[in-house]
Write a new protein. Structure first.
Length: 447
């Protein structure tokens, strides 16, 4: 057997042994399911691909949305050579070798190279910088794939020379289409096994996939191994459930989805929606987030967004934090759930937060004058002789325990930071503050 025939036979054997998701991968844009918003008929990217006028791209989307598939289709459609490296297993030496081959290919045969870098966010700055000059001079067309926000994970110079293409999770209907297609495909799929799948099993598989085509197809393939034999082997709900074990993971507790979810929890609490707040709490805890991290964020919320409208919120938040620390999960989840509902239903005020930010800004942006002498403690005779504490008015000696005196540095006289709302306890605090400020105003008028 000649080397060419041997290599062709080897590749055919590898393809036949590949996972179902790899075997049935779409080969053309017309076969691609989903992502119509970026490669549908008439879109700018599709026209660029069809005209063979492609620039470097960063494909950003969750797992199983077709990033590798789209990169391969682009290379095939533009007649470019496709070279793939993985940031998980490749280093600078692998990049340099791929780029050198791309340069030789361009110089000798005039063929461009699509350099596909999977998980590009895992490359460090030095590795990403190694690609940059070769993207600039046209040696390679870079297609990077990432599940993480490229704004944070891809170097700015590389990002500025690439177009970011956002891929969306597939819809349930699109996942269903792919599963049915794979069951009937005799060339690359499972069609030669004459399998059937019950409607309930198909619904469950689609639901478990969470928009991840790879998960759906690989779960289908595994479930198919348990059907046994017969005229028309059937994939059932039990087989799908056993094959899947769990829902497709869309949550990375160290990635952007983690921060998006804590943001959703914080904002739904602020919006006084206990149901949505409980959902986002459960999503974080059930996907493996540190419960003490969640507790810390809820303590922060109690101070920042409830504040003095309900001071009990901070007390309950610290109690929940202690319960989680003492119990751990799963028991501690109920303490966080109780706190979450309380915070959602509590009256909201960010008055203390705004007040502190104002004071913080003045510390940073204005001259820090000395503490007024009457507010200083005369701990020694020398300090007393220098006037420390002189003229201080003891509040308990005055009516209502309130006395007017200048308590800010001279350059900030009259500055006001705390402006309570009319919500919850702050309505009462607002009335009290008005009475206090009236005492100060009267003293100022009489002076």
């Amino acid at each position: 057997m000649s080397m060419d025939l041997f290599e062709a036979h080897r590749k055919e054997h590898l393809v036949s042994r590949a996972p179902l998701a790899t075997r049935v991968r779409p080969r053309t844009l017309d076969e691609l399911v989903g992502q119509e918003h970026v490669v549908g008929q008439g879109t700018l990217l599709r026209r660029a691909i069809e005209a063979d006028k492609l620039s470097s791209l960063i494909l950003w989307g969750p797992p199983g949305t077709g990033k590798t598939t789209l990169a391969r289709i682009i290379a095939n459609s533009t007649k470019a050579h496709f070279a793939a490296v993985s940031a998980v297993t490749s280093g600078v030496a692998d990049l340099r070798a791929a780029i050198k081959e791309a340069g030789d290919r361009l110089g000798m045969h005039g063929q461009r190279t699509v350099l596909f870098v999977d998980e590009i966010h895992r490359f460090n700055r030095g590795q990403q910088d190694a690609i940059l000059p070769h993207v600039e001079d046209g040696t390679v067309i870079l297609i990077g794939a990432t599940t993480e926000n490229p704004s944070f994970e891809v170097n700015s110079p590389l990002l500025s020379r690439s177009r970011v293409v956002v891929l969306r999770p597939l819809t349930d209907d699109q996942i269903r289409t792919l599963v049915v297609r794979a069951l009937g495909d005799r060339e690359r799929g499972l069609g030669d096994q004459n399998l059937s799948i019950t409607e309930d099993a198909l619904d469950l598989l689609v639901n478990f996939a969470n928009g991840d085509a790879r998960f759906a197809l690989n779960t289908l393939e595994f479930a198919a191994t348990g059907t046994g034999y017969g005229e028309r082997p059937e994939i059932t709900v039990d087989l799908v459930r056993e094959a899947a074990q769990r829902r497709a993971a869309t949550y990375d507790k160290g990635g952007e989805d983690h921060f998006d979810t804590i943001s959703a929890l914080h904002k739904t609490l602020r919006g006084s929606d206990p149901d949505a707040s409980l959902y986002w709490l459960a999503r974080m805890l059930e996907r493996g987030d540190d419960p003490l991290y969640v507790a810390r964020r809820l303590v922060r919320f109690a101070s920042e967004d409830v504040g003095l409208a309900d001071p009990q919120a901070l007390t309950l938040a610290m109690a929940a934090q202690g319960a989680v620390h003492f119990l751990g999960l799963p028991e501690g989840a109920l303490a966080l759930a109780e706190l979450t509902v309380y915070l959602a239903l509590a009256p909201k005020s960010n008055a203390v937060y705004v007040a502190y930010k104002g004071a913080q800004a003045d510390v940073a942006e204005t001259r820090n004058d000395p503490v007024p002498l009457h507010l200083r403690n005369a701990a020694t005779g020398l300090m007393k002789a220098e006037g420390y504490g002189r003229g201080y008015k003891y509040a308990h000696d005055h009516e209502g325990g309130v006395v007017a005196q200048q308590n800010l540095p001279e350059n900030l006289t009259g500055r006001r930071y705390y402006q309570p709302t009319a919500r919850g306890l702050e309505a009462e605090l607002q009335n009290r503050l008005q009475r206090i400020r009236a005492v100060y105003a009267a003293a100022e008028e009489s002076s």
